[in-house]
Write a protein that binds this ligand. Structure first.
Ligand SMILES: C[S@@+](CC[C@H](N)C(=O)[O-])C[C@H]1O[C@@H](n2cnc3c(N)ncnc32)[C@H](O)[C@@H]1O
Length: 232
């Protein structure tokens, strides 16, 4: 599957939704929870604020956000994969039932402008047909002064060892394990999606040209992951 093909990406995420969380824990050794938590610690979402989790998938970040804010009111999760949203709704049914789950496109959300205090994207920007358009839409729906945090794999341009590690990790750990669950083809997509994913310095430029006032990029997990921190 080619990166940028919105329909094919939607179908792929629908097809992996039932095993997504389980595999995520295996692939990151559970560390994705720490990285998501770190993102929230930096952004410090506060009770009463309106937050949106774009490309929310099975709802991991939205649910973490609800626990963090000690309220699931004013939290919206949006994703284009309907099956993933069904998993999200089920996961949040008991403790975080006020989270609003929206089936939609992160590039054209049809949500009001200047509305949210905060915005998250976890491992989603890389999957959009245009990360630039995604950043423009994120800026549009945020209030001025609102903040955003975008966590994803890092597109590693420098650092031979880090690049080699990423290649080996994706080809010799992620894909073979996913293959055991019949999802090798789906997970081989991660490597392809990184080819044209802008590096941190480029993401900063895209965010500033999308309208954000401040943009900063931090690396995590020995340079394998990155977070883009934005102020609207
Ligand atoms: C790797 S998953 C990340 C899920 C979740 N945010 C997490 O951190 O575990 C990427 C998600 O992006 C969603 N996605 C891809 N393109 C999208 C788009 N144009 N609009 C909304 N969601 C999209 C996929 O359906 C998928 O659920």
């Amino acid at each position: 599957m080619k990166p940028g093909n919105t329909k094919a990406i939607e179908e792929m995420f629908n097809s992996i939704s039932s095993k997504y969380d389980f595999l995520n824990d295996i692939f990151s050794f559970g560390l994705h929870r720490l990285w998501k938590r770190k993102l929230l610690d930096i952004l410090n979402p506060t009770y009463g604020e309106k937050w949106i989790d774009l490309c929310c998938g099975t709802g991991d970040m939205s649910i973490l956000l609800a626990s963090y804010m000690k309220s699931s009111k004013n939290i919206t999760g949006l994703d284009s994969a309907f099956q993933a949203l069904l998993v999200a709704r089920e996961r949040s049914r008991k403790k975080h039932s006020s989270i609003e789950w929206i089936h939609g496109d992160a590039i054209e959300t049809n949500l009001p402008s200047d509305y949210f205090d905060g915005l998250l994207i976890g491992y989603g920007l890389r999957n959009l047909s245009s990360p630039e358009a995604g950043l423009r839409e994120a800026f549009r729906i945020l209030k001025r002064g609102g903040r955003a945090g975008i966590l994803d794999f890092r597109s590693i341009q420098d650092g031979y060892i880090q690049r080699l590690f990423q290649k080996i990790y994706l080809s010799m750990y992620v894909v073979p394990i996913a293959s055991v669950f019949g999802l090798g083809k789906e997970y081989s997509y991660i490597k392809k999606s990184l080819v044209n994913f802008p590096p941190g310095s480029e993401q900063i430029k895209l965010a500033l040209s999308a309208g954000f006032k401040k943009a900063e990029y931090k690396t995590l997990a020995m340079g394998q992951m990155g977070i883009l921190l934005l102020s609207a």
